[in-house]
Design a protein around this ligand. Structure first.
Ligand SMILES: Cc1cc2nc3c(=O)[nH]c(=O)nc-3n(C[C@H](O)[C@H](O)[C@H](O)COP(=O)(O)OP(=O)(O)OC[C@H]3O[C@@H](n4cnc5c(N)ncnc54)[C@H](O)[C@@H]3O)c2cc1C
Ligand SMILES: NC(=O)C1=CN([C@@H]2O[C@H](COP(=O)(O)OP(=O)(O)OC[C@H]3O[C@@H](n4cnc5c(N)ncnc54)[C@H](OP(=O)(O)O)[C@@H]3O)[C@@H](O)[C@H]2O)C=CC1
Length: 466
């Protein structure tokens, strides 16, 4: 294989939202410098239809572009290739196609991969990128019964969207959607699961198919991100729809069978046996870094991600990391914590871009204000869901109060209060309270004088605090 060399000031690895936002920010700050974005997926991500729900909380849609058609900015080149080694001493990476790319600053935005409950089983699927979801769609069409394991974002979305198939949802907790909700919110959502009518959907086009399997280790594309399920019909055709939720249960055994009817047999911790066509393991992600050997090892965070400081710098000189691959290793603000989400990948990518540019120009830089408050806007079970701060009392110990306002089918509002101050919020439905709540958390205003009236529907709290 012929080797040739490329030199660039900034090299960014990954065409997901972290890599793209990093490249855009470096480009903005260093318009005259050479920037190269290298990605092994043929699609790169971009944000469209950005909508500000408050000062900090935003919702947006995701657009995919083919690499061959992409020119992010004038000075950003995009290359479809895989980085197979990092040589930090030489400030160089090697690629699969044999290129040696020399950099001044490198940012790794290589994402994460599904953490499957069992590796290498062709009947156990993870969902990450467009191709894996299209394969999942095909599989559902020809199946009658599936088991979904996990109680987070992917499981909640799939369970709601599936039609015409017998679904068994296995959750460790006593309520659904535990990563984003509490038992009250779960009850609020529950009704939506019983509705059979779902809005019609446009068809998602398969742009290019490389025949990759969707089991772990071979996923190359960037993560799907917000509202992917609204664009794709995941209906079976072989069975009447039903949903059984197995609470406080885990999978204790998985057996492939010779049975012509169902190729997989799942045994649950309550000894129940479920024969099925396949299993979706929606059981979280692992940062994707081990596929790139590095001459000097990175310091890793407790979740296996590349540990970064508040400037998104890793422990290896001139190498930065952002998005799902990294682990926030700085002293976190009181109301912020890391969750592997689009917003955070985008914010971290932007921070890494600005930080690399500042280092290059020898200019001072401060951490972005967005890391002061956890914000997440999403849609679950047909509702808008906004999460702010320590929305489930994360890090507050046992010593906090909860105020609730709950109108079935309309809204669910939860305030997490400590020492009279608002620390976190769950807003489900169109509440219009996003900005007010952001202000209340960030200002740390003592709300004790308002007592429970703070959530009284006859009191317009926006007027008080905006
Ligand atoms: C099904 C699904 C639904 C989701 N829904 C939401 C949601 O509604 N809201 C939300 O906030 N978050 C959601 N997320 C999470 C969100 O999508 C991720 O947190 C975010 O996209 C991570 O972005 P990233 O750029 O860090 O990583 P990724 O998007 O995974 O991108 C990694 C990139 O690195 C490239 N790469 C990896 N290794 C190499 C290499 N060696 N050489 C070259 N390129 C390489 C890959 O090809 C890819 O382009 C969802 C995730 C999934 C899987
Ligand atoms: N709307 C949104 O914002 C969405 C966001 N995403 C993001 O995409 C990524 C992948 O989503 P997802 O896979 O759902 O990951 P999540 O981290 O959201 O959820 C994983 C779930 O699986 C459970 N789990 C982990 N291991 C096991 C096991 N061995 N057996 C049973 N349950 C297990 C976890 O429980 P426990 O926590 O107790 O370990 C948790 O309930 C995440 O970063 C997620 O935040 C995905 C879809 C939608």
């Amino acid at each position: 294989m012929e080797t040739f060399e490329i030199k660039t000031t900034f090299l960014i690895v990954g065409g997901g939202i972290a890599g793209v936002s990093c490249a855009e920010n470096v480009s903005f700050m260093c318009p005259g410098e050479k920037i190269l974005l290298i990605t092994e997926s043929y699609l790169i991500k971009a944000v469209t239809n950005l909508r500000c729900l408050g000062k900090m909380v935003q919702s947006f849609e995701v657009e995919e572009k083919e690499v061959k058609d992409s020119k992010l900015n004038e000075n950003v080149d995009v290359l479809e290739d895989s980085v197979i080694q990092v040589c930090s001493e030489e400030k160089m990476v090697l690629t699969k196609s044999g290129k040696k790319i020399f950099y001044s600053f490198l940012c790794l935005c290589t994402g994460a991969q599904p953490k499957l409950i069992q590796q290498g089983n062709p009947f156990i699927f993870g969902i990450r990128d467009t191709e894996s979801v299209l394969d999942f769609q095909e599989k559902v069409k020809s199946s009658r019964r599936l088991v979904i394991v996990g109680n987070g974002g992917i499981a909640s979305e799939i369970v709601y969207e599936l039609g015409n198939i017998e679904v068994h949802w296995v959750v460790k907790d006593s309520f659904i959607s535990s990563t984003f909700a509490d038992p009250g919110a779960a009850e609020f959502f529950q009704k939506k699961l019983e509705e059979s009518e779902k809005p019609g959907k446009p068809i998602l086009k398969r742009m290019r198919y490389k025949g990759e399997s969707m089991t772990s280790g071979s996923l190359k594309g960037a993560a799907l991100g917000p509202d992917w399920h609204r664009k794709i019909d995941i209906s079976g055709g072989k069975s009447k729809h039903s949903l059984e939720i197995h609470y406080k249960t885990e999978v204790s055994n998985i057996k492939s069978t010779e049975n012509e009817e169902y190729p997989l047999e799942i045994t649950l911790s309550n000894n129940k046996v479920i024969p099925c066509d396949f299993l979706v393991s929606a059981t979280g992600v692992d940062p994707r870094i081990s596929h790139i050997p590095t001459d000097v090892s990175f310091e890793l965070g407790k979740d296996g991600g590349i540990k970064v400081n508040e400037m998104m710098e890793s422990s290896v000189e001139n190498i930065f990391a952002a998005g799902d691959v990294c682990c926030a290793g700085w002293d976190l603000a009181e109301n912020w914590f890391q969750m592997r989400l689009w917003t955070q990948a985008r914010q971290m990518g932007a921070m890494a871009g600005r930080s690399m540019a500042a280092k290059f120009k020898n200019e001072p830089i401060y951490q972005d204000f967005c890391f002061e408050l956890f914000t997440h806007a999403t849609h679950l079970f047909g509702y808008q869901v906004v999460l702010l701060g320590n929305f489930n009392g994360q890090g507050l110990g046992q010593d906090y109060e909860i105020l609730l306002r709950y109108t079935p089918d309309l809204e669910y509002i939860k305030f997490v209060m400590k020492d009279g101050r608002l620390k976190g919020v769950i807003l489900i439905g169109e509440t219009g309270l996003e900005e007010t709540c952001e202000n209340l958390i960030l200002n740390g205003l003592d709300l004790t004088p308002f007592g429970d009236d703070i959530l009284n529907p006859d009191v317009d709290i926006e007027d008080f605090f905006d």
